[in-house]
Design a protein around this ligand. Structure first.
Ligand code: ME8
Length: 505
């Protein structure tokens, strides 16, 4: 069986998850569900980045003396959010856990044995918000442009990683593997960074009291990014379960936001080359979105809590909206007005109505029973577009393909007018029209499963497809015309997207 290993970033837990964190996580969940349905053995990794100064400061600001207890509580908040959002990860790594400490130690030693760690003095700037060593050139008006704060000046003895040793090898790898960094705009950005700006990097901190100690030098703690990236190995058993590790490494894809590409596309691959491990197949960096045109920030008070959105709209609507509205890989905007529009238009009027009309007409004219099969060849190009788009992380195009089917099916209803066929007693035509529509709904439900799992399940249930029958065949076989069996009894169900109370804006 083929394996598919995918990851999200491990997030800092100095606050609650935002809709930005949910975005990457939902995209990963869609991929995980798609590849599982496709018959692959999927391993979907998530986690929390806990050895960060930000987390420690958040604990201190709350007067919490026991940092670990604070982290335990916050990790729980994050896990619960993903549970509530229906995320289907296989493992959740916390970087304060024992397995991770052991993995980091093993990795550090491998890099050290390669001769890639040396001691030196770091004298320069550090932005706690970015958890990164930065230079004067990164600043705007003497402040970090991302966090609008003055960086700390640091002079300390540190361990350094010989990142520059890998410059040529990295550039050659990127050139010969165009699919390694996606989309291509990010690839160009990284090439320019590696060529012009990349230097060796300090990978320990002498002044930190929290974090993983440097093996053999308890006075120093490992730099949080060097530690955090290794979670991608910890999660699949590096240093603990070699068999599992062999099965899943290299990762098929690391999904990240564009804010952290230097770490993922330069530092991480160089670390792996140093440790003698193969590189991930893809690193996909998506864009950032604003909220109603404004940058999302705590100081503006416009951070959207994904839990609030799903309590109002449900998980599927959030998943649909994020993936349809913001092209994966590009920047975008999250607007509540647009969400309402898509809810009423595409979800309630187009998809919801189609399902309820077709099921109601089958109830009325055919006693709720699936009629004889008929051949119909119309959707194969859309199904192809759906698969090929998901392969290249173009989720909006996959949804476009699904909506082409929704729209064609709605047009087919208008054109065939089953109510006229019934009135004129053209029973054969009526039956074949309804078979085509019901079978279209079945295909739609399967195509929707990765994106809108709850909705897809409801459609399948209404079509009388039981859950055991549902996955009795591989996904690709189920997406073939004519699998809906004549004689199946429909199960009339509830409205998929009920009318919402109009909201004051
Ligand atoms: O960087 N739009 O964690 P983090 C899109 N711990 N995506 C957004 C977003 C927005 N407005 N806001 C946040 C870290 N994100 C490190 C990662 S990995 C080894 C360590 C998402 O909590 C996006 O995925 O700051 C971004 O890369 C991530 O949250 C940053 O999360």
């Amino acid at each position: 069986m083929h394996s598919y290993y995918l990851t999200t970033p491990i997030y800092y837990i100095n606050g609650k998850p935002s809709i930005g964190h949910a975005y990457t996580t939902i995209a990963a969940d869609i991929l995980a569900r798609y590849h599982r349905l496709s018959g692959k053995q999927v391993f979907f990794l998530m986690g929390t980045d806990e050895n960060s100064q930000k987390n420690i400061e958040a604990a201190e600001a709350l007067g919490r003396e026991d940092v670990q207890v604070y982290l335990d509580e916050m990790a729980q908040v994050w896990k619960k959010t993903w549970e509530k959002l229906g995320i289907t990860h296989d493992r959740f790594v916390r970087t304060t856990e024992q397995d991770h400490y052991l993995a980091v130690e093993k990795f550090w030693k491998a890099v050290q044995e390669k001769g890639d760690i040396y001691q030196g003095e770091y004298s320069g700037l550090y932005c706690k918000g970015c958890e990164a060593f930065i230079t004067e050139a990164d600043l705007q008006d003497s402040l970090c442009p991302h966090h609008k704060k003055a960086p700390e000046k640091i002079v300390e003895k540190n361990y350094f990683f010989r990142l520059t040793k890998y410059r040529d090898e990295l550039l050659a790898y990127i050139a010969s593997h165009p699919e390694f960094i996606m989309p291509s705009s990010r690839r160009n950005e990284i090439i320019s960074y590696i060529e012009k700006f990349m230097t060796d990097v300090s990978i320990s901190r002498a002044s930190m009291k929290w974090g993983i100690p440097v093996p053999g030098d308890e006075e120093q703690r490992i730099y949080v990014w060097f530690d955090a990236l290794i979670n991608y190995l910890t999660g699949i058993g590096y240093g603990k379960d070699e068999k599992k590790f062999e099965q899943f490494w290299p990762a098929d894809v690391h999904l990240v936001g564009k804010d952290i590409i230097k770490f993922h596309c330069a530092l991480w691959p160089a670390m792996l080359l140093s440790a003698g491990l193969p590189l991930p197949k893809h690193i996909f960096a998506h864009g950032f979105f604003t909220i109603d045109g404004e940058k999302m920030s705590k100081s503006l008070g416009n951070v959207v809590d994904p839990i609030e959105v799903v309590e109002s709209y449900g998980n599927d609507v959030l998943r649909y909206f994020l993936m349809r509205e913001i092209r994966f890989g590009e920047d975008g905007d999250y607007s509540f007005a647009r969400m309402e529009e898509r809810y009423q238009g595409e979800l309630a009027n187009e998809l919801g109505n189609l399902v309820s009309r077709v099921c109601a007409m089958t109830g009325k004219y055919l006693e709720g029973t699936v009629p004889e099969k008929v051949d119909y060849q119309a959707f194969s190009e859309f199904i192809e577009q759906y698969h090929s788009s998901i392969q290249v992380f173009e989720f909006d195009r996959a949804l476009d393909a699904i909506w082409m089917i929704v729209r064609q099916a709605n047009q087919f209803v208008e054109q065939q007018k089953p109510w006229v066929l019934a009135k004129e007693e053209r029973t054969e035509e009526l039956a074949s029209t309804l078979y085509i529509l019901l079978e279209s709904l079945r295909l739609l439900a399967y195509l929707l499963l990765p994106f809108m799992p709850e909705t897809a399940e409801k459609i399948l249930e209404q079509l009388g497809i039981s859950s055991t029958q549902k996955t009795s065949q591989p996904f690709f076989d189920l997406l073939v015309w004519g699998k809906l069996e004549p004689g199946t009894k429909l199960n009339p169900g509830t409205v998929l997207f009920p009318r919402r109370e109009s909201r004051e804006s």
